[in-house]
Ligand binder design. Structure first.
Ligand code: PLP
Length: 393
C-alpha cells in the first residue's frame, strides 16, 4: 500500500463531501427517520426538511420550488428530460431530437435508446475549440423537432457552451431546450431564467455533495411524461420515497458552492492556469484541448504526444496523484474518448490525453507537485517509447 498523502485532482469525476454537508445530513439519518409522505410528526419533520431543501435549490437556480424535482442522480435527470419529452411530444407527431456529438453518455445513450424505438436524432458537430454553434442548432430544427439537449459544460474538456443563445434559438422555433448542467452547477453561475432553458439537470456529487442524488429543473409551463412510475412523490412526477439525507446534502452543498462561487472559481482558475502554463512550457509535445478561456475554472485537459494516457495514469497513481484519462464513466473502455474525437483529435492524440480537475480543497503545492511528477515521468516514458521521436526534455 502507498502511504503517501493522496493528491486528488479528479474533481470532475466526483468530489469529497464537504464537512458542512455531512453535518447537515447526519440528523436526517440518525434521528428524523420518517417518510416525508407519512402523516404523523416524524413524517412531517422529514417533509419540512425536504421542502426547505427544495426551496434552497430553487433560490440558487432562480427557479420556483415547484419546478425542482429530486432524482437518484444526474443520469436519471437526463434520462427523464429526454425520454419524458420524447414520449410526450411523439403523441403530437414530434419524433425528432437534437443533441451534440460530445454529450455525456447519460444523454447520448438516452438518445440512442430512443433511436432504437423509431425516433430520429441529429448529433450536431462540435468546433475544434469545443463548442456547439447556435447556428447549427437553428439549422437542424425541423417542424417535428421535440427537444434540443446540449450540455452546459463538457465533462472532459470543460468548455462552456452558449446555452443562452441555443435556448433563444429554441424559443424562437417553439422547441423545448434541456441542458445537462451536471458539470456546471456549483462551478459557474447557473440561473435558469437567464439561460431560458425549459429543463436543467444537476448532480450533488459534483459540488461536494453526496453521491446518488440529483435534480431536474422543469419549467412550470411544460409537462414531460414522468420517468418513474409508482407512488405520488414529487407532486406525482417522480415516484419513489425521497432520499431525504441526500437531498438535504445536495441543497447544503449547492448553497455552500453558491456562497463561495467567485472565490472558488478564482482559486481553481489559478491552479488550472499554473498547471497548463508550466506543462506546456516545460514538456515538449503537449497541447491543451478545448478553448483556453471559455472553460470550467477547474479543468485542464492536456494531450501528451507519443504516450498512452493509461501509462501516465498509473505512474501518477504510484506518486499518489489521482487524475483521469477521460470521463470516469468511460474508464473501463480502451476506446478513445468520443469527446476528443469530436473536436478533431486523431486517435493517437486522444489516447495520450489526461484530464486534471481541481476543486476548492486543492492547493498550489499540489499543483506544483503534479507538474514536478509530470516533468519526471513524461521524459522517462518517452525515452522508452518506440513511437516518440521528438525531444525528451
Ligand atoms: N452529465 C455529465 C456532464 C456528467 O459529467 C455526469 C457524471 O460524470 C453525469 C451527467 C452523470 O451524473 P451522475 O453521476 O450523477 O449520474
Amino acid at each position: 500500500m502507498n502511504s503517501q498523502p493522496v493528491i486528488y485532482l479528479d474533481n470532475a469525476a466526483t468530489t469529497p463531501v464537504a464537512p458542512e454537508v455531512l453535518a447537515a445530513m447526519i440528523p436526517c439519518l440518525e434521528g428524523a427517520c420518517g417518510n416525508p409522505s407519512s402523516h404523523y410528526s416524524v413524517g412531517y419533520e422529514a417533509k419540512e426538511r425536504l421542502d426547505a431543501a427544495r426551496a434552497a435549490v430553487a433560490r440558487v437556480l432562480n427557479a420556483e420550488p415547484g419546478e425542482i424535482f429530486f432524482t437518484g442522480c444526474g443520469t436519471e435527470a437526463d434520462n427523464w428530460a429526454i425520454k419524458g419529452t420524447a414520449y410526450k411530444l411523439a403523441k403530437k407527431g414530434k419524433k425528432h431530437l437534437i443533441t451534440s456529438a460530445f454529450e455525456h453518455h447519460a444523454v447520448l445513450h438516452s438518445m440512442m435508446a430512443l433511436e432504437r424505438e423509431g425516433f430520429e436524432v441529429t448529433y450536431l458537430p462540435v468546433t475544434k475549440d469545443g463548442f456547439v454553434r447556435p447556428e447549427d442548432v437553428a439549422a437542424a430544427i425541423r417542424p417535428d423537432t421535440a427537444l434540443v439537449s446540449v450540455m452546459m459544460a463538457n465533462n472532459e474538456i470543460g468548455t462552456l457552451q452558449p446555452i443562452r443563445e441555443i435556448a433563444a434559438v429554441c424559443a424562437q422555433k417553439g422547441v423545448w431546450c434541456h441542458t445537462d448542467a451536471v458539470q456546471a452547477v456549483g462551478a459557474v453561475p447557473v440561473d435558469v431564467k437567464e439561460l431560458g432553458v425549459q429543463m436543467l439537470s444537476l448532480s450533488a456529487h459534483k459540488f461536494n455533495g453526496p453521491k446518488g442524488v440529483g435534480a431536474l429543473y422543469i419549467h412550470k409551463g411544460i409537462l414531460p411524461y414522468s420517468f418513474m412510475d409508482g407512488g405520488g412523490q414529487e407532486t406525482r412526477r417522480r415516484a419513489g420515497t425521497e432520499n431525504v439525507a441526500g437531498i438535504v446534502g445536495l441543497a447544503t452543498a449547492l448553497e455552500l458552492a453558491a456562497a463561495h462561487l467567485d472565490e472558488r472559481a478564482a482559486h481553481e482558475r489559478q491552479l488550472r492556469d499554473y498547471v497548463i502554463g508550466r506543462v506546456l512550457k516545460n514538456i515538449p509535445g503537449t497541447t491543451l484541448n478545448g478553448d483556453a478561456g471559455r472553460r470550467l475554472p477547474g479543468n485542464a485537459n492536456i494531450s501528451f504526444a507519443g504516450l498512452e494516457g493509461e501509462t501516465i495514469l498509473l505512474d501518477l497513481d504510484m506518486h499518489g496523484i489521482c487524475a483521469s484519462t477521460g470521463s470516469a464513466c468511460n474508464s473501463d473502455s480502451l476506446d478513445p474518448s468520443h469527446v476528443l474525437l469530436s473536436i478533431g483529435l486523431p486517435h493517437e492524440a486522444a489516447h495520450g490525453t489526461m484530464r486534471f480537475s481541481f476543486g476548492p480543497q486543492n492547493t498550489m503545492a499540489e499543483a506544483e507537485r503534479l507538474c514536478e511528477v509530470l516533468e519526471e515521468i513524461i521524459p522517462r516514458r518517452r525515452a522508452m517509447s518506440p513511437v516518440w521521436h521528438g525531444p525528451i526534455k
